[in-house]
Ligand binder design. Structure first.
Ligand code: NDP
Length: 329
């Protein structure tokens, strides 16, 4: 028997999540069984713990879009019992049962070995949010971003993606401006390395002018919506925005003028379907470029029983930093 957070749907279509006892035979068929150690809480997890947001296909469901742990059984030659592994993406926790469970059974292709220099707990302090933040930084660098070009903006900075992006960029020598709607998070963001705090209201306000002063050399955007539209008009000539999230909305009320007159690039970042080699590259960069002391400062410990409350909180933008769920406590 093992414990998992199970989301069930009743006849009226209402979902409810609670910790339940399951057996190994309840798990889906796949090559690898993992004794899960840690998971985390992402925006998508908030949706899947709750009514699903259209992501969950079948109930009962076990959410948790990422996890780290130890291989317990493997029918794939790449992994053997005792190996430490990490999983992010591949629609695990949405279309497939996920990491809010003491055991998970998944495809070997979906795993990567635990990155060198990280513990399983630290890997989930990074989690999908941190992995995605690294992909965004790599995309900006691939499009020419270097510290000498000027300040880099991070939106939704006190959230998971934003916190890790801030810490990585600051550690790489960038001048980081952090946008937050929570003034009380200013000290936290400065401790991660942000040099400037920008109030959310300053960028949420739409303006009629499609171009403003050239301010930012790069941007990791977790917010989307009106804020992304505004930021596009403030980018320096030839610079790029990595679009990661939609915490502020999926619509993009922008003009094409920043693309046409300033050669601004809008780079899409997807963490879910990244090929294996890119995953290894991103995790290696995380091990090298994310200071462990900064990562530790972001962590809020949690248990399986805390998840219904935390899922609701992340949907309201109330989670600061990274929640690390110890599924065995
Ligand atoms: P969090 O909830 O931890 O962070 C989002 C942050 O955005 C909040 O902390 C808040 O920051 C800010 N925010 C929330 N609501 C609003 C609003 N209405 N207007 C402006 N800012 C707002 O989520 P994550 O960091 O885990 O994820 C961020 C986004 O990235 C989500 O949309 C998520 O779905 C997406 N994502 C995408 C991935 C991909 O593969 N592309 C992978 C992972 C996440 P503050 O309080 O500082 O203002």
């Amino acid at each position: 028997m093992f414990k998992a957070l199970v989301v069930e749907k009743n006849e009226e279509g209402k979902t409810s999540a609670s910790v339940k006892d399951l057996e190994l035979t309840d798990l889906p068929d796949a090559e690898v069984t993992v004794a899960v150690e840690y998971s985390t809480v992402n925006y998508k997890d908030g949706l899947c713990i709750g009514p699903g947001g259209g992501l969950v296909r079948h109930y009962p469901h076990i959410p948790g879009i990422d996890f780290s742990g130890t291989i317990e059984a493997s029918a794939d030659p790449r992994y053997k019992p005792g190996d430490k592994v990490v999983l992010t993406g591949w629609r695990v926790g949405e279309a497939h049962w996920g990491g809010y469970s003491q055991k998970a059974r998944v495809k070997a292709d979906w795993l990567v070995p635990l990155p060198k220099g990280l513990t399983t707990r630290q890997a989930m302090a990074v989690g999908t949010a941190g992995f995605t933040a690294m992909l965004a930084v790599m995309a900006l660098e691939d499009h020419g971003l270097v510290p000498a070009r000027g300040p880099v903006l991070v939106t939704g900075a006190a959230g998971g993606v934003g916190s890790v992006a801030t810490a990585i960029l600051a550690n790489l020598g960038y001048d980081v401006a952090a946008v937050t709607g929570r003034p009380e998070a200013a000290d936290y963001l400065k401790s991660l390395g942000a040099t400037t705090i920008v109030a959310r209201e300053e960028l949420n306000e739409t303006v009629k002018r499609p171009l403003e002063g050239e301010t930012w050399a790069g941007c990791v955007d977790a917010v989307g919506g009106a804020m992304l539209a505004r930021v596009l008009g403030q980018m320096k000539y030839g610079c790029s925005v990595a679009a990661v999230g939609l915490a502020g909305g999926a619509a993009l009320p922008a003009t094409v003028i920043p693309f046409l007159l300033r050669g601004v690039n809008l780079l899409g970042i997807d963490s879910v379907m990244q090929p294996y080699e890119n995953r290894l590259r991103a995790w290696e960069r995380i091990s090298n470029d994310l200071p462990i002391d900064k990562l530790e400062a972001m962590i809020h410990p949690a248990t399986l029983a805390d998840l219904p409350e935390l899922g609701a909180a992340i949907l309201k933008g109330q989670i600061k930093g990274r929640v690390v769920v110890d599924v065995n406590s």
